[in-house]
Ligand binder design. Structure first.
Ligand code: UD1
Length: 375
């Protein structure tokens, strides 16, 4: 029987959770699939990378490209240069890329030029905001992809509007939520909240890392507001390395306790998701956390003008505050008002079976001996 070689490319923290359950499913069907994993090394700190491989049980990547940090052009170019020989050597039948980071675009571009079919996990999301590098990465990756795996209804509309043929679009659901549901029983909001000096339901959890917010003067406003909120309710802020660097520029050192604002290093997946589960609310500018809070039923306040994940507002617990840190002070009141749809349920296909459905699509192609490339 013919087998299919599927080569997945990951690079940054959120990529790992989106891809790990797909790899697990490919490994479960090892009679039909050969699964290979490439880590570009866009994220490389233990707290941003290694810990996730350990916790998600993915095993060591088959290839480490070690590209590290750099400008957008340098990082993208380095992934392309280092991935090309790997693809030529491994000759995959399909390359899987998740999300919208520079590694995603670079891997898709490399595969596309070699005429290797591409599957995009989390296709079709649009913020309609070209000032975000992720929007460019999404649009271009989708244009090069042959299998577009989507997890929300608006993704299909977005793709059809951009002339992607309907037969290339597959609604499989949310693979990142597969990862969350897989660790569900191991989440321990009580113990982890206690370790952070607080208790479930009694603290605000914060993550901020987007350049639009942390690379300019808005970060100072945000820190001031968080300190003010911290005087009322404890605030736990695991800070991304980019954010920590900008904080240091402002004279704020991580691991300090400033008036109830506790800044910590980035946390592992289990510890962080346990904190989300225990939080009274979460303030973020992350994409994935808007989805995870929706599934956990925890109020989420997004400090951005837009979201590429409107389903988390319509059907979940997400509230868009705008790119306006002055509004952080309103969060305790908004939480009091309880107006965040905690009981709305979860969007369709966010059920722990998305990876199964995604691999079903690949297996159907394999069984039918069908060409994956559509363009
Ligand atoms: C990247 C993604 C962003 C995603 C985020 C998730 C792009 C354009 N951006 O942003 O969409 O939401 O990952 O975390 O791809 N750094 C370290 N250690 C690391 C990684 C980064 O210290 O392990 C520092 C470096 O100073 C680096 C900076 O963080 O210059 C930014 O890293 P980079 O990967 O370029 O972008 P992120 O801000 O992490």
């Amino acid at each position: 029987m013919r087998t299919m070689t599927v080569l997945s490319v990951v690079g940054t923290r959120p990529n790992f959770m989106k891809t790990a359950p797909v790899i697990a499913e490919l490994q479960r069907r090892s009679g039909r699939f050969r699964s290979l994993l490439v880590h570009t090394g866009q994220h490389y700190d233990a707290a941003m990378s290694t810990i996730f491989f350990e916790e998600l049980g993915v095993g060591e990547p088959d290839h480490m490209l070690g590209v590290g940090s750099g400008s957008h052009a340098a990082q993208t170019a380095r992934v392309m240069e280092r991935l090309e020989p790997v693809l030529l050597e491994e000759k995959p039948d399909v390359v899987l890329v998740p999300g919208d980071v520079n590694s995603t675009l670079a891997a898709a571009l490399t595969a596309s030029k070699l005429r290797i079919p591409i599957g995009h996990i989390e296709a079709g999301l649009r913020s309609f905001d070209r000032s975000m590098p992720e929007e460019t990465n999404r649009i271009l990756t989708d244009q090069m992809s042959d299998l577009l795996f989507i997890h929300s209804p608006e993704a299909e509309e977005n793709l059809l509007r951009e002339n992607v043929p309907a037969h290339a679009v597959h609604f499989v659901g949310n693979t990142m939520i597969d990862s969350l549901l897989a660790i569900w029983d191991r989440l321990d909001a009580g113990a982890v909240s206690e370790r952070h000096g607080t208790a479930p339901g009694e603290f605000l959890l914060v993550t901020l890392h987007r350049p639009a917010l942390v690379d300019g003067p808005l970060l100072t406003v945000a820190i001031g507001e968080l300190e003010a909120v911290g005087a009322e309710v404890p605030v736990i802020f695991p800070a991304h390395p980019r954010t920590q660097a900008r904080m240091r520029d402002l004279g704020i050192h991580p691991e300090t306790n400033r008036n109830g604002l506790r800044v910590t290093d980035p946390l592992g997946y289990l510890e962080f998701m346990s904190l989300v589960a225990g939080a009274a609310g979460v303030l973020t500018d992350s994409g994935g956390i808007q989805e995870e809070t929706t599934v956990l039923g925890v109020p989420c306040f997004t400090l951005r003008d837009n979201t590429e994940r409107p389903v988390t507002v319509a059907e979940g617990t997400n509230t868009l505050l705008g790119l306006d840190p002055a509004r952080i002070g309103e969060i305790p009141v908004l939480l009091e008002q309880n107006a965040h749809g905690r009981d709305k349920g979860v969007p369709r296909g966010w059920d722990g079976k998305a990876s199964e459905r995604l691999v079903d699509v690949l297996e159907q192609k394999l069984n039918a001996d069908e060409e994956i490339k559509w363009a």
